[in-house]
Structure formats: structure tokens, C-alpha cells
Design a protein around this ligand. Sequence first.
Ligand SMILES: [Zn+2]
Length: 308
Amino acid sequence: MKIITIFLSLFLCLFGCGQKREATSWFTDNGKVKVLSTIAMIDDLVKGIGQDRVDSLSLIVGEIDPHSYELVKGDDEKIANAKIVICVGLGLEHGASLRYQMQKHPGGIFLGDEIQKKVPEKILKVEGETDPHVWMDISLWVNGIDAIVDALVKVDSANAPFYVRNGKRLREEMLAAHLQLQREMLEVSEEKRYLVTSHDAFHYFTRAYLAQGEDWEVRCAAPEGLAPEGQLSTQDIKRVVDHLSQYKIGVVFPESNVSRDALKKIVSCCGHPVRCSEYPLYGDSMGTQNYLEMIRHNVHVLKEEWTR
Ligand SMILES: [Zn+2]
């Protein structure tokens, strides 16, 4: 217990100190390009491309829900100090105060929209609404790299070759990871690869890693819609319970930043034994990991649970 406490204190100190350093340099005029991202998954792309030539910061950190995020004290200053501000868009960040700031910032980029322009056929709609969780498929998320490279080149042309080279390398690294994780996931037998999570954040993930054909739509289900608003009807619960029995699903997966109440209710209503995975998946938050580790974590948790 003592060892765990020491380790935890050390971890919190390291993590906390890192955050503090990042926030301090953000307001220092050090010649680096200041890039603010709404979510950490964007910030990770920025870090990979800009490396030591940029100061990057994400606005929504930890386990906070990006769908409903509203600006808090200090956010206006962070945004005002940014040369480039990047959000996902596609309806993800629908908090009015954040959306307003994004729309009026001269260096604002809606990365999801940029991805949609490049590969419109890859963007999914769920019950008529655009699904904003485009980072959940690595091979789709790489399409955001060029927009970030272009934005950095525009404000810091002296380092253009550096940004272009890093963007190319990052793209290769991400596509290699994508293929590797796809292979790993498809090693699990087909009848096991049915994913039930807390909210509809895993459609892109399912299409990319769990399905081999057009049957991906039946391979994922969730009680909550595209945003986890916490307003569930008995029909939502029944729909998922029916899905579990139709496909003989024995395990459901909570998400790190969404309440487990709905899944617990579903498990208790099921006519056959269903358990809730001990380890949550990362959907709208990536915890303290980097982006590729986040997707890797999801693949490994699923593989572990489906093959045990
Ligand atoms: Zn979401």
C-alpha cells in the first residue's frame, strides 16, 4: 500500500509539474508558435508535427466531456494567446461559448471539416447526424495532418521543411500502427467482435477494426447517442438488451468518462449472463496516454476480454 502511495504521489507530481510547465510557457513570448487544441487527440498531432518549434496546449483535459464543454475562467486568455486554434467540429464541441470563440478566431481550424473535404465518403451519419468521432479510426485521423502542417507553414514559413517532414513521418507511423492494430483485432474470432459501449463513439472504430465487410453497423451498439447526455429512455435500454441477446454478447464496455449506470442497468436486465468489463475504453478522452496508445489500449482491452 505504501509503495502504491509513493508511486501515485510521484506520478501526480510528475504529471502535475508537466502541466504547470506547459501552462507557464504558454504565456511566455519565446518565439514558438502557440497552438491551442480543444481535445488532446488533436494536441497529439500538433506535438508530432510541431515538436520543439511549437507550444501546444489542449483546452479540454482529463475526463471532461468535450461535447458539452463550456469555457471556464482562464480559457479566454488561453484562446486569445493562440496563433492557431484547432477543434474537431462536425458538431462535437457544441458548448455555445466555445463554439462562439472558435468561429471568431482568425486562426481557427475545424479539423473534422478538413477531413470531410478530403474524404467525404468516409464520414458517417448516425440517425441523420454527422458522427464527429473521426479520431477513432487512425487511417481517417491521418487526413487531418495536412491541415495542421499548412497552418504551421503559413505562420512560420522558415520552418516549413521541418513541419512537412514531420507530417510525412507521423502519417507513416500512424498508418503502420493502424494496420498492426487492425491485424491484431481481426485475430479475434468473428462471432466475438460485437462491441457495446456507453455512447455512440465507436462507429468509426468498429468499421476500421472490427468488421471486414459492410456488416460493421450491427457490430456496435450503445444506449446513449452521439453525445452522452444522460437522458435515457426505457426503449434505449431495451434496444441494447435485445441487441445483446440477438448477437449472444457476453461483455459490455464502459467508457472512461461516461457514467456506468446505463450499462449496469442493461446488464441487470439481460436474460443471459453479461458482465461489465473491468477496464474502461477511451472514447472522448485519452486519459494520460498519447493518441496511438489510446487506440492501442482499446484494442488490447477488447482482445483481452473477448479471448478470455
Ligand atoms: Zn462522444
